[in-house]
Design a protein around this ligand. Structure first.
Ligand code: SF4
Ligand code: SF4
Length: 325
């Protein structure tokens, strides 16, 4: 049963540029402008009218946007829950002006070992992560550690938990890796690794969406009976101020917004494209977390029930659950 039929999330790509070159991501290879405040404000008004609750200011590296603080302040003015994920390289410099404007601040980490993390990111950013934690805590922020779990780093979770997240009482988000059309991330998580991952779900200050694990066990999204509701739950806006459908990762259609997001989204053309969510041939086996998370929150199927306890736990720890209703 569908519980919510309007979009709940906006993935707002403020730029595709990045100051890292992670091996499991190709976004940094794209040339890209930066979104403007003017376009953002027009779009925020439409997002509000469409029922969106959360805006994820993403990229690329969102902190490369010189006016990110102003974008966030504007989003807060319109009552959105805001989220930002950063590789932390620019956080120490910008922390002060970002303070209080990000409800869910995520610091990315791939290994508790400096050399391994820096190698994975293609730039030296382990020390910057450690410094960023200190600065954020000093400012009264509570960043989460976002750990992307691969076959090669799953055994490092314990060390991350003991040495990085727990000493500062931070939430450790465990995100199983996913592949998409142009990016291959190496070996898929084995059955044994999925089992290991699940053993973390109930630990203090750990967020693991158990539905992500279940989906992998089931072979991902199936186009005959899709569980992906990317288009109907999530609005994707590109740095060029275009609506991207059916999701960023497939990106089959890019339609200029021209200050008309609300009418465009409601148009027959867009609704027809949305109806194709999860049904393209490339959607077979898809496990892209960014779209599965909202998909599992709005329809009562087995993934909804698997995701529920972790969602409640996370929002309770972060204090954001009240804003969701
Ligand atoms: S920091 Fe993020 S956006 Fe940049 S290359 Fe790495 S994964 Fe991609
Ligand atoms: S199944 Fe995957 S690739 Fe297809 S629309 Fe959904 S998120 Fe995009």
């Amino acid at each position: 049963m569908r519980l919510v039929s309007h979009p709940v999330l906006c993935n707002y790509y403020v730029t595709y540029r990045c100051n890292a070159t992670c091996s499991f991501c190709d976004i940094w290879e794209k040339p890209s402008p930066y979104v403007t405040l003017e376009n953002a404000e027009e779009n925020f008004k439409a997002l509000k009218k469409l029922g969106v609750k959360v805006i994820d200011f993403t990229g690329g590296e969102p902190l490369l946007h010189q006016q990110l603080d102003q974008l966030l302040a504007l989003a807060k003015k319109y009552g959105f829950i805001t989220t930002v994920t950063t590789n932390t390289l620019l956080y120490p410099k910008q922390a002060e002006k970002l303070k209080g404007k990000i409800d869910m601040l995520h610091f990315s980490l791939d290994s508790p070992v400096r050399e391994e993390h820096d190698a994975s990111r293609g730039v030296k950013c382990f020390d910057s992560l450690k410094e960023s934690i200190k600065i954020a805590k000093g400012l009264g922020e509570r960043p989460d550690i976002l750990f992307t779990v691969f076959e090669h780093n799953i055994d490092k979770i314990q060390q991350v938990y003991e040495e990085i997240s727990q000493p500062d009482n931070l939430v450790l988000i465990l995100n199983p890796v996913f592949e998409y059309s142009t990016v291959k991330t190496g070996e898929k998580l084995s059955e044994n690794s999925l089992k290991k991952l699940l053993s973390w779900a109930k630990k203090k200050n750990v967020y693991l969406n158990e539905a992500f694990v279940e989906l992998r066990k089931d072979g991902g999204n199936h186009i005959e009976e899709p569980v992906c509701l990317s288009g109907s739950t999530t609005i994707v806006i590109s740095p060029e101020n275009k609506l991207v459908l059916p999701c960023y990762h497939l990106g089959l259609e890019e339609i200029p917004l021209n200050g008309n997001l609300y009418d465009l989204y409601k148009s027959e053309k867009i609704q027809k494209l949305i109806a194709m969510e999860g049904r393209y041939k490339e959607c077979e086996g898809c496990t892209v977390n960014c779209y599965m998370q909202p998909s599992f929150a709005v329809e009562t199927n087995k993934y909804f029930w698997k995701a529920l306890s972790s969602t409640l736990k996370y929002n309770y720890i972060k204090g954001t659950w009240k804003q969701l209703f």
